[in-house]
Design a protein around this ligand. Structure first.
Ligand SMILES: Cc1cc2nc3c(=O)[nH]c(=O)nc-3n(C[C@H](O)[C@H](O)[C@H](O)COP(=O)(O)O)c2cc1C
Ligand code: SF4
Length: 490
């Protein structure tokens, strides 16, 4: 994973004990109500893919056990992981792409409600993503995937200073490219010779983009996605979820529409108004089908890539989402493919390995800013700009939340309305409850070193290094596929 230059190991602060009088009076543990959103407290477990489903994307007993464990900590809300809206396999990622999934999802909702004794609202994050392939050997890439066009032939002939290249059959041009790819400084040379997309596909693996309008299915995204999200939304409501979070963040289809890199020419790209058009159309489809039902989205306050969306633009998106009637806005940061590290041959690029990934899930190997509030200024700006327009849509903060004073301070300063904690909740799903009941000294503190994230990257069942070896010999402990780690927090 990317780390800042000259990174220092940032200390994890010792937790203060908070008395129950303070927590009872706190904003954090007070209810919030806005339009269709109503939570008993402002604590939120954001979406986290734990790879507990199967290749069909079904709700398994492991999925149920995972969310039941979070529910026992009784947060205000839990958002079920990014769940696919299409019949497309993506490892063991959960799906809501047909009625086949309804029974499992309904059981999941019941299990969470029961485990939290009705204290916790359960939302589901709906995701669409485009195709990505594993990186292949250069020889295979040139033999199977390269498109030889005049521009490539021209650059190759210039590089080799040989005009006869124009006359060569395709197979011989491919052999020349393979030969170059075997030289010591191959990457540098090929970077000059291939188009930026060909170069990227060679070293990072083929990846579809929303800008690939020459592909019919990419061109048709604006006509297909509202219906696909709409049908998934109807299923979510039928299964009993308390609301929907549209996944408009990170590296996936809808974040790409909002992105400053969106160059579509069909009225859905380039200008801010065009970029937000499809995200709003999807939202309006859901609203017209679901009526008074909590619908919000997760989007990026900043993309953290060269030429990426910054807070002025994301504030505009927030205002438009709020004016359209969304019930909550969850603001994340980074997590893009654009700056992902090169995967090894045989692996896929992963969007959380570059700087933008670091900013999404910062670790203690940090710069002077540390890992605990990197998203705060952005979220506070978005909140302030909403307030200036008298838009009260609750804003959810996430990023490095690890202590009561920190979370409460954000609420008191009106920089956000709800506080999300992913990794600290993973390390100790009871942590909010422990604070609330004056037992902060018993909290298992997240170390923010991203062992969990590394497992996620390899689509391995996500666990926390602080608890995955505890009590492995006990009969009722659910174990990972390799039998070496416990699957739920003790
Ligand atoms: C294992 C893991 C899986 C994640 N999966 C998702 C996801 O499905 N959808 C999403 O929006 N964010 C996902 N995230 C990002 C978190 O929701 C959160 O934004 C991020 O971890 C920063 O919050 P934190 O500092 O409290 O961990 C994931 C994070 C982790 C650690
Ligand atoms: S594995 Fe590390 S970063 Fe992840 S939740 Fe556990 S302590 Fe935190």
């Amino acid at each position: 994973m990317w780390t800042p230059e000259n990174a220092i190991k940032y200390p994890i602060p010792t937790l203060k004990t908070i008395d129950t009088h303070t927590t009872t009076q706190s904003l954090l543990f007070s209810p919030i109500q806005y339009q269709n959103l109503s939570l008993k407290q402002r604590t939120w477990v954001p979406a986290m893919v734990p790879w507990r489903s199967n290749l069909k994307g079904e709700v398994t007993q492991d999925v149920i056990a995972w969310y039941q464990r979070f529910a026992k900590g009784k947060p205000g809300a839990i958002v079920i992981e990014a769940t696919g809206i299409r019949e497309v396999e993506s490892g063991p990622l959960l799906r809501i792409s047909s009625d086949h999934y309804l029974d499992g999802l309904t059981q999941l909702v019941h299990a969470v409600k029961e485990a939290s004794e009705g204290e916790t609202k359960i939302f589901i994050q709906l995701i669409d993503f485009l195709q990505i392939k594993k990186r292949v050997e250069a020889q295979r890439f040139f033999e199977r995937f390269i498109h030889i066009d005049q521009a490539l032939i021209h650059r190759l002939s210039q590089y080799l200073q040989d005009d006869s290249i124009y006359l060569l059959p395709k197979a011989e041009i491919i052999q020349k490219l393979i030969f170059i790819s075997e030289q010591n400084d191959a990457e540098e040379k090929l970077k000059e010779m291939l188009s930026p997309k060909q170069y990227r596909d060679l070293y990072w693996g083929y990846r579809e983009e929303i800008n690939d309008e020459h592909l019919a299915h990419i061109q048709q995204l604006p006509t297909q996605l509202p219906q696909l999200f709409g049908q998934a939304g109807i299923r979510a409501k039928k299964a009993g979820f308390d609301g929907i979070e549209l996944h408009y963040a990170h590296a996936y289809t809808m974040a790409s529409f909002l992105s400053a890199t969106n160059q579509r020419k069909d009225g859905y790209g380039s200008s801010l108004e065009n970029r937000i058009k499809l995200p709003l159309e999807i939202y309006h489809t859901l609203r017209s089908q679901l009526g008074d039902y909590p619908i919000g989205c997760r989007f990026l306050g900043e993309e953290i890539i060269a030429g990426g969306t910054q807070v002025e633009e994301s504030s505009f998106f927030a205002q438009e989402f709020a004016k359209a009637g969304m019930d909550f806005l969850s603001v994340s940061r980074g997590g893009k493919f654009d700056d992902a590290m090169k995967p090894k041959v045989g692996q896929s690029a992963y969007p959380y390995t570059g700087q933008s990934g670091y900013e999404c899930m910062p670790t203690v190997y940090s710069d002077q800013k540390g890992p605990f509030g990197r998203n705060l200024q952005t979220v506070a700006t978005i909140k302030q700009k909403l307030k200036a327009l008298h838009l009260d849509t609750p804003v959810i903060y996430a990023g490095g939340i690890h202590a009561f004073e920190q979370a409460e301070g954000i609420l008191i300063d009106q920089k956000a309305d709800i506080i999300a904690s992913a990794r600290q909740s993973l390390a100790d799903p009871d942590w909010w409850l422990k604070i609330k009941t004056g037992k902060s000294d018993q909290i298992r503190q997240c170390q923010f070193t991203n062992y969990c994230e590394a497992l996620d990257q390899h689509h391995k069942q996500v666990t926390c290094r602080l608890w995955d070896k505890i009590g492995l010999d006990q009969n009722d402990v659910r174990l990972s596929n390799d039998g070496k780690r416990r699957l739920e927090a003790p």
